[in-house]
Write a protein that binds this ligand. Structure first.
Ligand code: SF4
Length: 311
């Protein structure tokens, strides 16, 4: 499989672009994720010509506007250049399937960045570049390296990256009503583990040759919004029981009760998701079902990433 293109704050790859001339190389990103993702680095502060080392910046709030200014020299205001830099790169962003940002940065931070008002910091800001990046690209999965340390958030981000990657592959192969409907069918169980999928199904009910592009645009926007919600254990249990229904005529009473017990054990948090999934896969190998075979729920990304083992 080709590596998936992902944007990233350059300092996370070990590039010496920070204000102090250093970097913030992240071992998980440069080790595990780099085996699957092709990273496209952007350093907005270098991109606007600040150089390294450089004066430190911070977000300042005054007159209801948040600006990115120098900490010592308030006459330095790079708010507009940072926004413009994000706008200039929009064509490159459009080719990406995800973006990993450096937390806490007044340029790159995705959330909870310190905003100073009368010298008092409030952790409620978004980096100027990050804000523009997300505004321009509402379907792009975006996450911070700090949050990738959380198993649920990490799985959620990687899940969204692979969904968007498959979406782009589908578009590249040629969009039509049939390919769109098939894409939805193959992702239905994944969506179900995050949120209700019925409105997406209703949207597709009206798809035709004439409106397929407009419906696809609405569909992917709504889908990526739903997937931002982290899949809950309760929803996974519903999906597992739903999948179990496809085996009801195939399994013996003993096998059924073993599967029910395992799903119950997962519900209680005593085993990770991989355990009931492994048993389900075993049964579907012996009793294949075309809908389950096509679904991405049980194999949403390479197993080697070991994400389901921690859910
Ligand atoms: S956080 Fe962003 S602006 Fe700061 S050094 Fe890293 S890439 Fe550059």
């Amino acid at each position: 499989m080709k590596k998936i293109p992902i944007g990233i704050s350059s300092c996370l790859l070990g590039q010496n672009v920070r204000f102090d001339g250093g970097h913030k190389r992240d071992a998980y990103i440069t080790g595990t994720l780099s085996q699957y993702f092709e990273f496209h680095p952007f350093c907005p502060e270098m991109g606007i010509g600040l150089g390294a080392p450089r004066p430190t910046l911070r977000l300042e709030k005054s007159d209801d506007a948040v600006r990115c200014t120098g900490v010592k020299d308030k006459s330095i205001d790079v708010t507009k250049p940072l926004r413009d830099y994000a706008a200039q790169n929009h064509l490159q962003f459009a080719a990406l399937c995800g973006y990993i940002l450096k937390k806490d940065s007044p340029s790159c931070g995705m959330e909870k960045v310190k905003v100073y008002a009368n010298e008092i910091p409030h952790r409620n800001g978004v980096g100027v570049y990050a804000e523009e990046l997300m505004r321009q690209n509402p379907i792009l999965p975006v996450e911070e390296e700090g949050r990738l340390g959380d198993p649920g958030l990490r799985e959620n981000f990687i899940q969204r990256v692979y969904v968007l990657y498959r979406w782009k592959l589908m578009l590249a192969a040629g969009l039509d009503a049939q390919s769109l409907t098939r894409f939805h069918a193959r992702h239905k169980l994944i969506i179900m583990s995050h949120e209700d999928y019925r409105d997406l199904g209703q949207l597709l009910a009206s798809v035709s040759k004439e409106n397929v592009q407009a419906i696809a645009d609405q569909y992917i926007l709504l889908l990526m919004k739903k997937l931002r919600r982290v899949a809950s254990r309760k929803n996974h249990v519903n999906v597992l029981q739903h999948i179990q229904g496809y085996l009801k005529k195939e399994l013996s009473a003993d096998d059924k009760s073993e599967l029910c017990e395992l799903i119950e054990t997962y519900r209680r948090g005593e085993v990770p998701l991989i355990v009931p999934l492994t048993l389900l896969k075993h049964h579907f190998r012996k009793c294949p079902d075309p809908y389950i075979d096509e679904s991405y729920y049980m194999s949403p990304y390479p197993q080697e990433l070991q994400l389901i083992n921690q859910l």
